[in-house]
Design a binder for this molecule. Structure first.
Ligand SMILES: Cc1cc2nc3c(=O)[nH]c(=O)nc-3n(C[C@H](O)[C@H](O)[C@H](O)COP(=O)(O)OP(=O)(O)OC[C@H]3O[C@@H](n4cnc5c(N)ncnc54)[C@H](O)[C@@H]3O)c2cc1C
Length: 464
């Protein structure tokens, strides 16, 4: 180990931006195993592994790097998958620059170990070699759980509970499982075949999916409580924040998620409504600065928009999205207008321009972030045939009678993930607010542990 002193950091080859603009394929190519081993060997095996400390799953990163460096790939996979339900997905879409790699000790002087790319390499290889298998439990239990929401939180809990032998039923209103991993995050970051093969592994392990089933509409919470011994709510956050400026009701103004869902459905071979995805030849303006905005601008480039501009009211350093995503978007031809906010949307029923104002950063507000404020005489216009709003998400008002919520709409839980109903638990974005896949996995796994304790207690009480 300690190769960082003489081996430079090397990510897997990135496809050229000109080629990336033309398709929705993933942008990174594969590591050769020999290169992955050499890169893993750069790890310093430091005394306090800050990569692990800053990983929401507390992945044992130094150990699986060492095992790979020693050419013990199958063991590396076993260690990596012990704490993570979807290591190949985290390897692709975690903001490593803010988590493990951003905190890598070596990063200070030598550039971080390429942890995400190595994690992806280990798990993709495990799939190729047939080491990832269905996991039917050793002993079937009679008790059953109902999980509402097939996103990473719901699926991580489903996997953990099924391994313990419970009868696991997952309900989701979409026609495919995966939540935002399937329908939010674009294919060029996460190929849908990667999500699909996990869903198949879960089905083969005995997890029952009830898709196209919306709780609150097709089935009520009370019915699920009567059918199952415990229920987990993992419904995510889907209510798009609105923009309150003149002109927002016009044609050509699209919320981010329906736009991304339509593109993902097209990639999967479905035929969504053309108006929901077609921006060919259009001037597209995306408003927002988070990961969703980055996904929209990069999707619009691939959908052959004439120009794509991202309008964000703070500066580059203060945007919530990952810097890597910004760099990739710039390479692909996205224009960024930093410190710029929309003032009004203009057109004749159809949007034709965004009227914007230049901003600067003033003193910090209550959240601790410097608040943007308008600059005098800083108005400007941008041509726009399509405006995509990516301003963040809040919880929807899903009918869950008896489940208490915070004023924000997020579900209130106790330390053991239970809600105000003792047999109903909650996890993921619906508890935490819009967050990350890796946090949803962590919450789902922790909630499963708590549900297991609750179910064991119930079983003992019935037996007594
Ligand atoms: C566009 C976009 C890009 C993102 N990119 C990244 C990224 O690159 N990296 C990253 O780490 N995170 C990213 N995130 C955040 C990440 O996707 C979420 O934090 C994560 O998916 C939350 O997991 P979850 O299981 O709580 O909810 P979700 O993934 O939202 O899953 C919730 C599921 O519940 C279902 N559901 C909701 N209501 C009902 C109901 N009433 N009945 C039945 N089913 C219901 C939904 O259909 C959905 O399948 C992104 C988010 C968005 C919107």
């Amino acid at each position: 180990m300690h190769g960082f002193t003489d081996t430079p950091q090397e990510y897997p080859p990135l496809r050229p931006a000109e080629a990336r603009r033309d398709d929705f394929k993933e942008i990174y190519q594969e590591y050769a195993n020999s290169v992955a081993e050499i890169q893993a060997n750069r790890c310093s095996q430091c005394g306090i592994p800050f990569c692990q400390v800053h990983c929401p799953l507390e992945n044992n990163i130094p150990d699986w790097l060492r095992l790979l460096a020693e050419d013990r790939l199958e063991e590396a996979y076993a260690v990596s998958s012990a704490t993570n339900t979807f290591p190949e997905i985290c390897g692709r879409i975690c903001p490593q620059d803010k988590l493990c790699e951003g905190n890598c000790v070596v990063n200070k002087d030598f550039n971080a170990i390429t942890i995400g790319a190595i994690e992806k390499h280990i798990t993709d290889t495990a799939w190729e070699k047939g080491w990832v298998k269905p996991f039917p439990p050793k002993k079937e239990l009679k008790q059953s759980v109902g999980i509402i929401g097939a996103g990473p939180a719901g699926l991580a809990a489903a996997e953990q509970l099924r391994r313990r032998g419970y009868q696991v039923h997952v309900y989701d209103r979409h026609d495919r499982a995966g939540g935002l991993m399937m329908y939010g995050i674009p294919n060029f970051k996460l190929d849908k075949a990667i999500v699909t093969r996990r869903n198949e592994q879960f089905s083969q392990s005995g997890i029952k999916f009830h898709l196209g089933c919306e709780v609150g509409r097709d089935i009520q919470l009370d019915a699920l409580r009567a059918k199952h011994d415990a229920v987990l709510v993992a419904t995510g956050v889907y209510h798009a924040r609105e923009l309150n400026i003149p002109g927002v009701g016009m044609e050509g103004i699209t919320p981010a998620l329906p736009y991304l869902i339509a593109h993902n459905k097209r990639g999967l071979g479905d035929a969504p409504n053309q108006a929901d995805w077609d921006v060919e030849g259009q001037h597209v303006v995306v408003i927002g600065g988070g990961d969703t905005a980055m996904d929209c601008v990069r999707t619009s480039i691939r959908a052959k928009a004439k120009s794509v501009t991202c309008l964000y009211r703070r500066d580059r350093e203060n945007m919530p999205g990952s810097m890597r995503e910004v760099a990739r978007a710039e390479e692909e031809g996205v224009q960024f207008r930093w410190l710029a906010a929309p003032k009004a949307l203009d057109g004749n029923g159809n949007i034709t321009r965004v009227m914007a104002k230049q901003m600067r950063l003033g003193p910090a507000d209550a959240s601790g972030r410097r608040a943007p404020e308008p600059v005098a005489d800083g108005d400007f216009d941008l041509p726009a045939d399509r405006v995509i709003l990516a301003l963040g998400f809040e919880p929807e008002d899903v009918a869950l009678p008896g489940v208490e919520r915070h004023s924000t709409g997020r579900i209130r839980i106790a330390k053991d993930f239970s809600t105000s109903l003792p047999d109903v638990f909650a996890a993921g974005d619906i508890v935490r607010g819009a967050s990350l896949v890796v946090w949803a996995i962590r919450d789902g796994r922790d909630a499963a542990l708590a549900m297991d304790r609750y179910l064991q207690l119930q079983a003992r009480e019935v037996a007594a």
